[in-house]
Design a protein. Structure first.
Length: 510
């Protein structure tokens, strides 16, 4: 696994004559120590169409300095990036290649820019000699390697916060630099500046002079923008899932479901003969991502229920059995998830989404205004939900009602996603509807979680009994889940009444 660190830095414009002001006057700084000059030689890689740059990612192979090797950086926020490092080698390490697969896919990574930097380094130390930040004056020479042969040169100041440092310290350093006439750089990174300044002259003129008068957005424009946003979310979350970052699998699954829901909801705008096969593949991906997530949610619910019991009611090795059962069910799930992301089927799905956006199968309704087309789609999802809620309320408690409430939950999720997708065009009415549908979805989701928990508790009770262990605690937890589900069923009429009043149709059309 590649070494990882959080990089927090700021860049400033400078000239060859620029000298650092006295940074020992910055609050907290007791000493400024000159660490010498080093020469760095970095080659940056990307696809020929610069997909990594488009996603604000940078990949380089650098020699010289204290951290020679392969560096891959992911954006976190302005001035903050996660940097992953691997030792120097002739070819890109597999660990980094996997993190780029959702963007690169079958394309080749090629050298695009070479940066040679003379770095003059100073360390800002506190009273105990601990590093607060590293300040360097970088004299950079850039050479275009792909898409032209231009060169550029500049000088900049870079201030990088020490590991686990307080970002507010960078504000204090910046105030001192500004007083000395040093101002923040207009470019977010060396690579971005190098690409801009080494681009062919005709391209720079074209980019600078390009102007377009956008017409009134259509319903098709709006839906495609939403689909593009969710597609980009899947691509961006892929490396986070591979790195096992918190909540990444859940967020990727949500983006997948939102995308599938949009394709189904707006089938009057996009041709179903084209989008249905894509939707089927999105359903497959969401199911694969859900294996580990669903077990995680179930584990948390069972542990919470167990934690809420008095010690006197926990009979037998309950915690040990729950832990063993959980590990057995979750074992290998992460390996399976990564295998799915490495598979041809997943990469083919990403390609099909790109093709859909490049040549969207628009129907005549796509040319209507969002105000004409989108409310009808949202209303249809709402009416489907209303039908399913009504059916669930008509049934007596039991297995059939459980199934009906689960169907209503799925409809509530689609209605919510439909309203959320329409929100940029329809504004507050869609936002209010989305919130109401979320309330219904939350109640129905908690009911379904209880159904799943009861199935698991029954299995655990049977296993405990077969092993000669008391099944009392499992039965007690089962009864509590049964009571919780009954409570949700009693709450549903009131929650649904609030969600559907004033009428959704009036809210959208008023």
């Amino acid at each position: 696994m590649a070494d990882s660190k959080r990089e927090i830095e700021r860049k400033y414009e400078a000239t060859a004559e620029t000298r650092l002001p006295d940074l020992s006057r910055v609050a907290g700084v007791s000493a400024v120590v000159h660490r010498g000059v080093s020469e760095l030689d970095a080659v940056y890689y990307d696809t020929e169409d610069l997909r990594l740059v488009a996603g604000s990612l940078t990949l380089r192979r650098r020699t010289g300095g204290s951290d020679a090797g392969w560096h891959l950086k992911f954006p976190v926020a302005s001035g903050i990036r996660d940097e992953l490092q691997e030792p120097l080698s002739d070819t890109l390490p597999r660990s980094l290649a996997g993190l780029l697969r959702s963007r690169v896919r079958m394309s080749e990574l090629v050298p695009v820019v070479r940066l040679r930097t003379v770095r003059d380094v100073h360390h800002l130390l506190d009273s105990e000699g601990a590093l607060l930040a590293e300040v360097s004056i970088d004299t950079v020479r850039a050479e275009r390697l792909t898409g032209g042969s231009g060169t550029a040169a500049w000088t900049e100041i870079e201030v990088e916060l020490a590991d686990d440092g307080d970002p507010a310290f960078l504000d204090a350093v910046e105030r001192r630099l500004r007083k000395a006439g040093v101002h923040p750089s207009a470019s977010p990174s060396k690579l971005a500046r190098a690409l801009a300044e080494t681009a062919p002259e005709r391209k720079r003129k074209r980019d600078k002079g390009a102007r377009g008068k956008a017409g009134q957005p259509t319903a098709g424009d709006h839906v495609l923008a939403y689909i593009r946003h969710q597609t980009e979310a899947i691509v961006a979350l892929d490396p986070a899932v591979r790195r096992d970052l918190p909540d990444s699998v859940h967020q990727m699954r949500v983006a997948t479901r939102r995308l599938r829901s949009a394709l189904r909801t707006y089938r009057k705008i996009l041709d179903r003969s084209v989008t249905d096969p894509v939707g089927d593949e999105l359903k497959w991906l969401a199911a694969e991502l859900g294996i580990d997530r669903d077990q995680e949610v179930l584990d948390a619910r069972l542990r919470s229920g167990l934690a809420g019991l008095p010690r006197t009611l926990i009979l037998g090795p309950v915690r040990s059995r729950l832990r063993i059962w959980s590990v057995a069910r979750r074992g290998g799930s992460r390996h399976r998830t990564v295998a799915v992301l490495d598979g041809k089927r997943y990469l083919a799905l990403l390609e099909s989404l790109d093709a859909l956006l490049a040549g969207p199968p628009l129907l005549p309704a796509a040319s209507h205004t969002p105000e004409q087309a989108l409310p009808r789609a949202v209303l249809k999802e709402y009416e489907r939900l209303a039908t399913r809620v009504g059916r669930a309320l008509e049934l007596r408690p039991g297995h059939d009602r459980d199934l009906a409430m689960h169907d209503a939950r799925k409809a509530a999720k689609r209605a919510r996603y439909a309203a959320e997708a329409a929100r940029p065009a329809l504004g507050k009415p869609a936002e209010r509807i989305a919130k109401r549908m979320k309330a219904v979805q939350t109640l129905l989701g908690d009911h379904q979680d209880s159904v799943v928990a009861r199935d698991a508790l029954r299995t655990l009770a049977v296993q405990a009994h077969a092993a000669g262990e008391p099944a009392f605690t499992w039965g007690l937890l089962y009864g509590r889940e049964e009571a919780a589900a009954a409570g949700r069923e009693r709450e549903l009429p009131q929650v649904w009444e609030r969600a559907s009043r004033p009428r959704v149709r009036a809210a959208l059309e008023g």
